[in-house]
Ligand binder design. Structure first.
Ligand SMILES: [Zn+2]
Length: 235
């Protein structure tokens, strides 16, 4: 692992309580300070059924952040090792910078909310331990209006400028109830989402079934599941 000039000298790598790599404050960090940047390799994919390859040792899919519908960027330095929390102390500025949302104490882990950048057919189970933990997290389209307000000014520009709407818990809850799929041993599963912007306000059972049927016809698509033990996005 290399550090680069965009890494804040007051942070360093550490080991989380789960044994994963994380980024930690060595000294007090002020609100508004940049922690690190996604300033590395850019990856592209071509449609909603594809994503970035997750080839060791780079594991780009685990670490790069989305900044356009079909593009994501990794970091040269520490940014790629910052983990998710549903109660984050950092957020995204200028599409690529991790910036402190509040004062951060020495020893605190640097965490941000992956829904601040991601809006693919992706989801993961979360064990961040926060009282606000959503347990199952997915793209920005599933980030509630309350959370969007809480994160205002710390959400990636591409999500703000494309005015991605909130699809509501109805889709997720219905899918979980109707289609409980066992674990595939894969941390990443495709969320059940509606990609047709004209229909976002019409979340009826029929509409959801149509979406699910479309997805089921694609071999690469998995349905959202609620298995809580195996799926962590670490690093
Ligand atoms: Zn959580």
């Amino acid at each position: 692992m290399d550090t680069d000039k965009k890494d804040n000298p007051r942070v360093t790598l550490g080991v989380t309580r789960f044994g994963d790599v994380g980024v930690y404050a060595k000294e007090l960090i002020q609100e508004g300070e940049r922690i690190a940047s996604f300033d590395g390799a850019v990856y592209s994919w071509t449609d909603v059924t594809e994503s970035i390859p997750n080839v060791p040792p780079v594991l780009a899919r685990d670490h790069a952040i989305q900044f356009e519908e079909f593009r994501a960027r990794d970091s040269n330095g520490l940014a790629r090792y910052a983990n998710h929390s549903c109660n984050p102390n950092t957020g995204i500025k200028n599409s690529f910078d991790l910036v402190a949302m509040r004062e951060i104490e020495p020893g605190e882990e640097i965490v941000w909310d992956y829904a601040m950048t991601e809006d693919t057919y992706w989801s993961m189970n979360c064990r961040c331990g926060s009282s606000q933990c959503r347990k199952l997290i997915a793209g920005y389209r599933f980030l509630s209006p309350q959370k969007r307000l809480e994160y205002r000014n710390f959400i990636s520009e591409w999500l703000i400028s494309s005015q991605r709407p909130y699809l509501g818990e109805a889709v997720v809850n219905f899918a979980l109830h109707r289609y409980p799929i066992p674990s595939e041993g894969n941390s990443f599963r495709y969320a059940v989402v509606d990609t047709d912007p004209e229909n976002i306000n019409v979340i009826t059972e029929e509409r959801i079934l149509n979406i699910l049927n479309q997805i089921e016809q694609k071999e690469t698509a998995f349905l959202l599941t609620k298995n809580s033990d195996d799926a962590e996005r670490s690093g």
